[in-house]
Design a binder for this molecule. Structure first.
Ligand SMILES: Nc1nc2c(ncn2[C@@H]2O[C@H](COP(=O)(O)OP(=O)(O)OP(=O)(O)O)[C@@H](O)[C@H]2O)c(=O)[nH]1
Ligand SMILES: [Zn+2]
Length: 192
């Protein structure tokens, strides 16, 4: 696996001061944001946030991504830890395909049916870069901020990494995302 790493830099944000490091794997560039007091010998509060440009940047309320990201950054700036911004947009089908999936959803398909209709699996993400980043930064114990059992399943497979606990990232549903959240809960096993 060919991975290029940046140096570590300071990143002051409206939530507090972070350290930032970038990792490039093939054409995908990922980020690790560490709280100021980040100490890999302690249990690290970890959010693996899957990129969602429409939610994270434009505030789309068709999904719960932006609220989850805000919740995670606030929690981690207060309690310490790190965010891995995992740039596998649209469950790794890419932005253009995600917009096509949204178009199919406008005609009645749910989030899974739309992916399948475009010739993808319901979830195309893979997490090898996450394992690489955790090892690079010396993380040994984590509290994971997620509702997604497949992220936990992946983390459980990493040697010498202990999952101490899970912190739910539950967001109040709205009329635009309630069906999406129901599909995630009932068909993708999310703990909502
Ligand atoms: N293909 C596709 N991707 C979507 C859709 N809605 C959101 N996404 C992407 O799904 C990813 C987020 O996945 P979610 O299922 O919301 O949550 P998760 O990351 O699996 O789990 P949590 O850790 O609990 O947030 C982001 O990459 C979004 O861009 C959709 O309808 N179709
Ligand atoms: Zn989203």
């Amino acid at each position: 696996m060919q991975i290029i790493q940046s140096n570590i830099a300071n990143l002051p944000t409206k939530y507090g001061n972070f350290k930032i490091k970038a990792y490039k794997q093939n054409s995908q560039e990922h980020l690790a944001l560490m709280s100021e007091n980040f100490n890999p010998n302690e249990t690290i509060n970890l959010r693996i946030h899957s990129e969602c440009l429409t939610g994270d940047v434009f505030g789309s309320i068709k999904c719960d991504c932006q609220k989850q990201l805000e919740l995670a950054i606030s929690y981690i700036s207060k309690n310490g830890g790190m965010i891995i911004y995992h740039r596998q947009e649209g469950r790794n089908i890419g932005l253009l395909n995600k917009v096509n999936a949204y178009s199919l959803q406008d005609s009645g398909k749910d989030t899974i049916e739309a992916n399948l209709a475009l010739g993808f699996k319901e979830d195309e993400r893979e997490y090898s870069i996450v394992e690489y980043i955790l090892k690079d930064l010396g993380v040994k114990k984590i509290n994971i901020l997620t509702n997604n059992p497949s992220k936990i399943e992946f983390l459980e497979k990493i040697e010498k990494l202990e999952i101490v606990g899970r912190i739910p990232t539950i967001v109040e549903p709205n009329c635009y995302n309630k069906d999406y959240l129901r599909t995630k809960k009932e068909q993708m096993g999310h703990m909502l």
